[in-house]
Design a protein around this ligand. Structure first.
Ligand code: ATP
Ligand code: MG
Length: 173
């Protein structure tokens, strides 16, 4: 199984992202656009791992309060173009907690520095600089363990489990 931990996006945020993809299409940019249902923000990429349960157990050790995310601009890694997120301490903190929980459970993951981005297109035929993304926000209430399968028409993502934000501080006994 190919696994990763992600934040799934609100319908409103996905709409802003597909509008940006449409602006790319209108500019004549060809490539592998992420389908709307696949748009997500990866917190940790685990890759091939035989069993989801230990990963779910690790994810359930992560506690966090609801926090807000906001889209901000676009950028690229080579010919892959992404939408960025406004700098956010709670987002960086939750990614750190997820990665620490995985490490403590001895679940391997990609340790490259967390660089929050939402992939819009891979193998873009030309530069997408200047494409605008509406600065839509959303409240993050849960984190998701995702499985990635190579389907007939691209990647298929399935949510295997979630951890919910804590609504109030836990009371210490
Ligand atoms: P494809 O690999 O066919 O382009 P994909 O990247 O959408 O498809 P996965 O490779 O399974 O699917 O990746 C799932 C998520 O994890 C994506 O958000 C991807 O960008 C991210 N990801 C993949 N590999 C890594 C990695 N080595 N480090 C960090 N994030 C990664
Ligand atoms: Mg990939």
């Amino acid at each position: 199984m190919r696994l990763f931990i992600a934040i799934l996006l609100s319908e409103e945020m996905k709409k802003a992202l597909t509008d940006a993809q449409q602006a790319m299409v209108d500019r004549g940019i060809r490539g592998r656009y992420s389908p709307e249902e696949n748009l997500h923000l990866t917190l940790a990429f685990i890759g091939d791992y035989p069993d989801a349960q230990p990963v779910l157990d690790a994810l359930n050790m992560v506690s966090f309060r609801p926090f807000d995310l906001s889209l901000e601009g676009i950028g690229c890694f080579g010919d892959l173009w992404w939408a960025g997120l406004k700098d956010s301490l709670p987002l960086a903190a939750v990614a750190r907690r997820v990665r620490r929980a995985l490490a403590e459970s001895e679940i391997p993951f990609d340790r490259k520095r967390f660089s929050p981005h939402i992939t819009l297109i891979r193998r873009a035929s030309k530069d997408a600089a200047g494409i605008r993304v509406a600065p839509v926000g959303m409240r993050v209430q849960r984190l998701s363990l995702m499985r990635s399968d190579r389907g007939r028409n691209g990647m298929l993502y399935t949510e295997l489990g979630t951890v919910e934000a804590a609504l109030q501080e836990e009371v210490q006994p």
